[in-house]
Design a binder for this molecule. Structure first.
Ligand code: AMP
Length: 281
């Protein structure tokens, strides 16, 4: 497995693959890899010839007060070993100055799907995500890129960015991978105390319960969000948002809605966790 820190080296690697008629699959990550990331790698590998994974903690997507940028877990050696185990062909592991040598004054802003949910709670977050993903697409030159449903809003924003800006990249959204008790795997789960970790599966339990209510015909979204709020609050967490939206346009559901997104963000102590479930009507 190759590990490249320089833009010119990963680009040369990708171009060489293309010259040999290979398709390039890409999984962007911020490292601290877990089974959620591995499932994206598997999906990308199955749909392409050469698999590239990037490992870059993107400062531009951490919002006010740098959020947890400084303390975001970093374990590149372990990550590289895990990438090798998962049949990654090349890891792109750039330093901050390789990606942002100067303060950029050009931004990529998606301003429709980004306005609610995490975009409301974390101003500037998706501008940073779009910026780094656009840069990585221009650097890695992938044919396909895989994103996780766990970050549903992010995946939909990237799809829209690719559509709006004509990136020649096919976006695939892969299902959320969970621990046995239902908690969505996340690099941030490491921050949870044992007590918080025990309570955290409440998020998915309440989402599943909400999905069942929806399928059973309950259409009063306030009732459903109210019950999710109650369950999560009773577990000791502080709700950031609970939203029920049309899963395609991320707007309130109406008669035309075919897929419903039920999305939650909640703080367990200082740790902000997100999760979602999509119900097809
Ligand atoms: P991150 O390293 O957290 O920025 O995530 C990198 C990619 O992995 C994103 O596309 C995430 O949506 C995806 N991802 C993170 N956690 C999971 C999970 N539990 N299941 C599936 N994909 C995930």
């Amino acid at each position: 497995m190759n590990i490249f820190e320089r833009i010119e080296d990963i680009r040369a690697f990708s171009l060489e693959g293309k010259r040999n008629g290979k398709t390039i699959g890409f999984v962007p990550t911020m490292g601290c890899l877990h089974k959620g990331h591995f499932s994206l790698m598997k999906e990308a590998k199955a749909k392409s010839d050469v698999l590239i994974v990037s490992n870059f903690v993107n400062p531009a997507q951490f919002g006010a007060n740098n959020e947890d940028y400084q303390k975001y877990p970093r374990m590149p050696e372990q990550d590289n070993a895990l990438c090798a185990e998962n049949k990654v062909d090349a890891v792109f592991f750039p330093g901050k100055d390789e990606i942002y040598p100067l303060q950029n004054s050009t931004w990529v802003i998606e301003d429709e799907l980004s306005s609610g949910l995490c975009g409301r709670s974390r101003p500037g977050h998706f501008r940073g995500v779009c910026m780094v993903v656009a840069k990585l697409f221009n650097i890695v030159l992938p044919d396909i890129a895989v994103f996780g449903q766990k970050d549903y809003q992010q995946a939909k924003i990237i799809e829209k960015m690719v559509y709006d800006l004509n990136f020649p990249v096919k976006i695939i959204i892969a299902p959320t991978v969970r621990d046995n008790d239902g908690l969505a795997m996340s690099s941030r789960n490491k921050y949870l105390s044992p007590e918080e970790r025990k309570k955290a599966p409440t998020i998915f339990e309440s989402l599943e319960n909400a999905a069942r209510q929806f399928v059973a015909g309950e259409k009063r979204t306030n009732e459903i969000t109210g019950e999710i709020r109650l369950r999560i609050s009773q577990s000791g967490a502080k709700v950031d948002y609970i939203e029920i939206l049309d899963a395609e346009i991320l707007k309130p559901i109406d008669g035309k809605t075919k897929k419903v997104l039920i999305a939650v963000a909640a703080f367990f102590g200082a740790t902000r966790l997100i999760d979602n479930i999509v119900v097809t009507l």
